[in-house]
Design a protein around this ligand. Structure first.
Ligand SMILES: Nc1nc2c(ncn2[C@@H]2O[C@H](COP(=O)(O)OP(=O)(O)OP(=O)(O)O)[C@@H](O)[C@H]2O)c(=O)[nH]1
Ligand SMILES: [Zn+2]
Length: 331
């Protein structure tokens, strides 16, 4: 381990984690946050020190109990061996490429997810809605960030389209290249806060990150420290310190994230449709031409819109297909 000048609060520690420690654990162990996970080692930062610990926890369940980036890990004070992963505030996971029955953990304990889209022809309400479904599923709070405002004639029209998705949805319109503009995201990036970004290629995620981090380049943030065997090692961080004191969680998996197991999220984003469907005469109503279809009735009287109906049907059909034959799902 080598020294750092961080406190647990700087790293995102809070009451919901400290409450989980027994008296014995408080005496014997100390918490560290997982900065990066590699095959043979886990990079961690704790109060006043950083380094590497072994990736395996004796007796842990192979799926959920192993550490992922953003996790809080208890480490034995004497041996530096990992003891257990603390219960997470939330967890991003996806179906493992090549093995859809297995889930792969991507990131844990994220406070805010920036859903990034640009004010141009790439903007898609349907795509934003998918990301919102995902945030509901994971239980993280979403902020829509609309980039390239400086290149658009009417950026407010994009914001209006996004706002129509969900009442009260938080939306920020920025020029991602302008640090003054991006500073408006600062309230979510303060000390101890963890953020992550999601959005299609080219929307300006890296540009935003560079503006949030100040000038230095993402690739240069490495961790150099001694591992448990005393050997010097270096690794690339997956948690990046932001200028405001917060943390950006950026892993390759986060960038590739897809809608996984989103059924619960879909019903939350489309709760009005779910509610209407409960009044259909037939419980297996396809909302097509069935008599007594309450969804059709709501579409006819204008209380539900045809656009959202199409998206709801598409997402639920995809979800059903995925569950029926997971092996054939395209990556
Ligand atoms: N004018 C302007 N250009 C922007 C803005 N945001 C991003 N760009 C430009 O758009 C291009 C793509 O931005 P990136 O930040 O690389 O996009 P990304 O989302 O990280 O893309 P991937 O790495 O493919 O996921 C770059 O040339 C940026 O300079 C913006 O708000 N205004
Ligand atoms: Zn119906």
């Amino acid at each position: 381990m080598t020294a750092n000048d961080l406190t647990l609060e700087d790293l995102g520690w809070r009451a919901c984690f400290s409450e989980q420690l027994s008296a014995d654990e408080s005496a014997r162990c100390h918490p560290v946050r997982v900065m990066a996970v590699h095959r043979g080692k886990i990079a961690v930062s704790g109060a006043g020190s950083q380094g590497f610990v072994a990736p395996h926890i004796p007796g842990a369940d192979p799926t959920d109990d192993h550490p992922t980036v953003g996790d809080w890990l208890l480490v034995d004070g004497a041996t530096e061996a990992p003891v257990r992963v603390l219960r997470r505030m939330n967890l991003f996971k996806r179906r493992a490429p090549g093995d859809p029955k297995r889930e792969q953990m991507i990131a844990a304990n994220v406070d805010t997810l920036f859903i990034v889209a640009s004010c141009n022809q790439d903007f898609s309400v349907a795509r934003l809605e998918r990301y919102l479904v995902l945030t509901r599923e994971v239980g993280v709070s979403p902020i829509i960030v609309l980039t390239k405002a400086d290149l658009a004639d009417d950026p407010q029209s994009f914001a209006a389209a996004a706002r129509a998705l969900e009442p009260g949805l938080r939306i920020e319109i920025v020029n991602a290249r302008d640090p003054t503009d991006v500073a408006r995201l600062g309230s979510w990036c303060g000390p101890g806060q963890t953020v992550a970004l999601l959005g299609s290629s080219g929307v300006g995620k890296s540009t935003l990150v560079n503006s949030l981090r100040g000038s230095d380049d993402l690739a240069t943030q490495a961790i150099r420290a001694r591992d448990a065997t005393g050997k010097h090692t270096t690794t690339v961080r997956e948690m990046h310190r932001l200028a405001g004191g917060g943390w950006l969680l950026d892993t390759p998996g986060m960038r590739e994230l897809q809608l996984a197991d989103a059924a619960a999220g879909i019903s939350e984003v489309f709760d009005d449709f779910v509610l209407a469907a409960e009044s259909c005469r037939f419980s297996d109503c396809a909302h097509d031409r069935e008599p007594g279809c309450a969804v059709r009735a709501a579409l006819d009287d204008g209380s539900l819109t045809a656009e959202r109906f199409d998206r709801w049907r598409k997402l639920t059909a995809e979800e059903a297909a995925k569950n029926a034959r997971p092996g054939s799902r395209r990556r």
